[in-house]
Design a protein around this ligand. Structure first.
Ligand code: NAP
Length: 507
């Protein structure tokens, strides 16, 4: 069950949000009485309530906003009990001084905004002994292993326990709480008005992660990165598994570089079924792979891991997606030319002779490798000459100084830099006057899809491949690897476009 926390300054706003949530099927809300400005009218908030409530009144030290005296706070909590709140949240240091009364259930809570204590079991035992109906422990995760310890505590607890880790690292415990036996998890009314680090909005919890349908049979996938909060992979993969009727959830795992080894060594404890891998882990995950595709060995980086019974398999779907996206655009072009009476041309590989790849990061490396394997004469150009020279040596292609990148024309220009990405939408890495109508222009930036480079290339008459094409294709290949079925690509594309457009509008 999802419990939505309501924290508003005015009573009428609390009542309106409570009503709205109940109308949308929410069956438990937490009234954060510490957010109320001025005297708290507990009876007014509980009277005619629209669904069961937890009455909570947090001090600043526990992450709350209570600004009045401690005596008044305890009076508010006692009043909530007398008025018949379904649950009252009592912090462990005051629980003994607030007696049980009537049918109100006692949630005995403990918060630690700095760490997840080493001995969670004895902390839990102490809270449970305070006449608890439910134990709630919320601690900061500084290491992915903190999540595993917390989930194990919840799984083995003998009384109902809500154990959550806070922060980006702890976010998966909020979504997986029910899977490990927690009676409910917490979400906020608005995604932007979070009350604890790592909290997400109730719509995301319900519709994106489908909290209520997650069971112990649900397979766990995710993206591992640092940072990870901006990743759109959860949006795309969760939409895909839902559309395909697959019992799986896809989560963002923030794992700092120095913790990736331990995270992967403990993968079976979650247990993880598959991971997308991105910055800064694409190279460092390789030592954990029992098996790797030829392409991974050639590129020296993986963006996909599958946890198979025999061990971890590593793949790289970026290079394949880039090549497939180009192939599809070129096939479409040829089909149009044939329809217009043109000849059908026999060609090797992609039918491109030369390509310029802009950038020298992971995306540039994957694209350059993919194109080279198709027999394309590739030139890499990057702001930092040393980096492009290094890639050229690894791939076996040429490099050219950034200032000379448009001196000669190429059949294909690929932008594998973030230039043109939101919010810098007025920038392009390749000036319009150098574009030619016969070129294929491929911009790997997907937010927005129609970058300035894409718009200018389209105006000149170039064939276009967008970052959305590539993103959806690489995710679709991952889907095929993990689930053994073709991905619902249109669903993934629509989900990605909705997410990028709402991200742009919320800025
Ligand atoms: P990365 O490893 O950080 O590399 C970024 C590259 O862009 C570096 O070579 C960097 O140059 C260069 N760069 C950054 N800002 C620049 C600027 N203002 N002018 C010129 N060059 C600049 O990142 P990555 O993983 O390769 O990703 C690069 C871009 O590819 C991302 O921003 C994303 O939009 C896109 N991408 C798309 C997909 C997809 O599926 N569509 C997948 C992966 C990536 P320096 O070396 O000088 O810093």
């Amino acid at each position: 069950m999802i419990c939505v926390s309501i924290g508003r300054g005015r009573h009428r706003h609390v009542i309106a949000e409570h009503k709205h949530l109940a109308e949308h099927g929410i069956r438990l809300v937490e009234l954060r009485l510490d957010y109320i400005e001025g005297p708290v009218q507990v009876a007014r908030l509980l009277r005619d309530r629209h669904c069961p409530v937890i009455a909570t009144c947090r001090r600043a030290v526990d992450g709350g906003r209570w600004a009045q005296s401690e005596e008044t706070r305890r009076l508010v909590l006692r009043t909530a009990i007398v008025e018949g709140a379904d649950y009252v949240d009592l912090e462990d240091d005051i629980a003994a001084s607030v007696p049980r009364y009537g049918a109100t259930k006692r949630i005995i809570s403990h918060h630690d905004f700095h760490k997840t204590p080493a001995d969670l079991e004895s902390l839990h035992a102490r809270l449970a002994a305070l006449d608890a109906d439910v134990v709630k422990i919320a601690t900061m995760a500084n290491h992915p292993t903190d999540n595993l310890r917390m989930m194990e505590l919840v799984r083995t607890a003998r009384i109902p326990t809500v154990g959550l880790c806070m922060g980006d690292i702890g976010m998966p415990t909020r979504v997986l709480a029910g899977r490990y036996g927690a009676p409910f998890t917490f979400a906020t009314f608005h995604e932007d008005r979070v009350m604890a680090p790592g909290q997400i909005g109730w719509r995301q919890m319900r519709d994106l992660y489908r909290y209520d349908s997650i069971t112990t049979a649900t397979r766990i996938y995710g993206v591992v990165a640092d940072p990870v909060a901006h990743s759109l992979s959860p949006v795309v993969h969760n939409a895909a598994v839902q559309a395909a009727g697959i019992d799986a959830v896809y989560l963002p795992f923030r794992v700092p570089a120095e913790q990736i080894d331990e995270f992967l060594e403990r993968a079976t404890s979650w247990p993880l079924s598959g991971l997308s891998v991105t910055i800064p882990h694409k190279e460092s995950v390789l030592k954990h792979a029992l098996r790797q595709e030829d392409l991974v060995t050639a590129i020296g980086a993986a963006n996909t891991l599958s946890f198979e019974p025999a061990g971890v398999a590593a793949s790289n779907t970026d290079a394949t997606a880039a090549v497939e996206s180009l192939r599809a655009a070129l096939a479409e072009q040829e089909a149009e030319e044939i329809a217009a009476g043109g000849p059908s041309r026999k060609k090797d590989g992609l039918g491109l002779k030369t390509a310029l790849v802009l950038g020298a990061g992971g995306a540039a490396r994957a694209v350059a490798f993919g194109l080279k394997r198709q027999g394309v004469d590739v030139t890499v150009s990057s702001r930092t000459l040393e980096r492009s020279k290094r890639i050229a040596a690894e791939v076996g292609c040429k490099s050219v100084d950034w200032t000379a990148r448009s001196r000669v024309p190429y059949d294909c220009v690929v932008n594998a830099t973030p230039v043109g990405m939101h919010p810098n939408v007025d920038e392009t890495p390749y000036a319009k006057e150098h574009l030619r109508s016969y070129m294929v222009v491929f911009d790997t930036v997907y937010n927005p899809e129609n970058t300035l480079l894409v718009k200018e290339a389209r105006a000149v008459g170039c064939r276009i491949v967008t970052g959305v094409d590539m993103f959806v294709r690489q995710a679709a290949i991952q889907f095929r690897i993990w689930h053994g079925a073709d991905a619902p690509e249109q669903v993934m594309r629509d989900a990605l476009k909705r997410a990028t457009s709402s991200a742009r509008h919320s800025d």
